[in-house]
Each structure stands twice: as structure tokens, then as C-alpha cells.
Design a protein around this ligand. Structure first.
Ligand code: COA
Length: 190
């Protein structure tokens, strides 16, 4: 377990069928795909294994995690140090410095858990973990401009919009704009 806080827990994704099947369930659900990967881009089991096995077994540039709410696995979260990304990926964020800057992506795959404040609780706990345990100075996240729920959730967690990233991602056949949102480590954290 990476951490457990109140009703929320986060653990690393495992190289086993249970986790692959969870991900395949979530990333073939049109309601989820509309906001993550795209409805024209589903990930059935074989593709999940092909995509996530190397991440789980690899050199951990990206840390893939499953998160729980009241002991039920409900979603996926990944984080990564921007400095570990290839130069071309890092440049997409237009940041002057990327030392100790982390990026996060997440989805609640069980859609009946949306809009209940769980994403905000989860992300707030992850922010605390990354700042305190990984000595991060900044965390960034890049929601599509049209994803109002995600943007609102991130603002509730303390992220602020920093820069409009034009045509940042290819989503359902369109190059769509995203907000670069960031949160800085509080000066009081050592
Ligand atoms: C984005 C996500 C993680 C947020 O988690 P969540 O638990 O649903 O979010 P919360 O309930 O904590 O907060 C959502 C906020 O957005 C608001 N909201 C919901 N739909 C909205 C909309 N269409 N427009 C504006 N605000 C909206 C909610 O009212 C709530 O704000 P409030 O507490 O001020 O009322 C989750 O919805 C999810 O996984 N969505 C699908 C995948 C996705 O979008 N991933 C993010 C890719 S960047």
C-alpha cells in the first residue's frame, strides 16, 4: 500500500489478471472513455496487458496505481517525475524547470462513484503523499478544457490554471486544448 487515509487507499498496480481485468472493464466503458483515452480508443484486455505490463514491470518512470474507496477498487492513477519523461514529452508542458516536478493522470472507473467528492479526497491525499514522500516542489495535471468536472475537482484540490496548452492532445479525432494546472509545495513543508 502506498498509503491509506480514512476511506481512501492507493497501491501499485500489479502484474496480474485481477488488475488487468479491472482496467479493461474501466477502459472499455464509453462513459469513462469519453473523458480518458476517447470512445474511439478502447482498451480491451489484450491491449491493457500490452500497454500496462511494461509500465508495471519496467523502470518505473511511470508509477501505475489502483485506488480504493471503502475497500472497493474504483479507479486508476499514475504519477511520474517529469524529468524522467523523454525530452519531447517534457516540452509539452512549457515549464522552465522540471526538477522535482511530478505529473498525475487519474480516472474513477466505477462511474457510479463520480460526483461524490471522492476524486477530490483521493487527489488531495495523493498530493500530500507526493509532496511529503517524494520531495516534489510542484505537481501538474492537464485536463481537457471541456472536462469541467475534472477541472472543478482539481481546483478544489488546490490546482490553479497556469497555461492553455493548445491542441495538446488527440481526443476522439480532434486535437483539443488542455489546461496546464499546477500546485506548488507549501513553503511550510520540509
Ligand atoms: C475527474 C474525476 C477524477 C473527478 O472525481 P469526482 O469524484 O467525480 O469529482 P468530485 O465529486 O470530487 O468533484 C467534482 C466537482 O465538479 C462538479 N461538476 C460535476 N460535473 C460538472 C460539470 N459538468 N460542470 C461543472 N462542474 C461539474 C461537481 O459538482 C463537483 O464540484 P462541487 O463539489 O463544487 O459541487 C472523475 O469524475 C473521473 O474519473 N471522471 C472520468 C475520467 C476523467 O475525467 N479523468 C480526468 C482526466 S484529466
Amino acid at each position: 500500500m502506498l498509503f491509506q487515509k480514512d476511506e481512501i487507499a492507493l497501491r501499485r498496480m500489479r502484474d496480474d489478471m485481477y488488475d488487468y481485468q479491472l482496467m479493461a472493464k474501466w477502459l472499455t466503458d464509453e462513459k469513462v472513455l469519453e473523458f480518458y483515452e476517447g470512445r474511439d480508443n478502447p482498451f480491451p484486455l489484450e491491449r491493457i496487458i500490452e500497454t500496462y505490463k511494461p509500465i508495471i514491470r519496467g523502470n518505473e518512470l511511470i508509477v501505475a496505481c489502483i485506488f480504493y474507496y471503502r475497500n472497493v477498487p474504483i479507479g486508476y492513477l499514475q504519477y511520474y517525475a517529469l524529468n524522467d519523461l523523454p525530452e519531447t514529452d517534457r516540452q509539452l508542458y512549457y515549464l522552465d524547470k522540471t526538477n522535482n516536478v511530478y505529473g498525475i493522470d487519474l480516472l474513477i472507473g466505477e462511474t457510479n462513484y463520480w460526483n461524490q467528492g471522492i476524486g477530490t479526497k483521493m487527489l488531495s491525499a495523493v498530493i500530500e503523499y507526493i509532496f511529503e514522500q517524494l520531495q516534489a516542489v510542484k505537481i501538474v495535471i492537464d485536463p481537457d478544457v471541456s472536462n469541467a468536472r475534472a477541472i472543478r475537482c482539481y481546483e478544489k484540490c488546490g490546482f490553479v490554471k497556469v497555461k492553455l496548452l493548445t491542441a495538446h492532445q488527440l481526443h476522439e479525432g480532434q486535437h483539443s486544448d488542455c489546461w496546464l494546472m499546477a500546485i506548488n509545495r507549501k513553503k511550510s513543508l520540509h
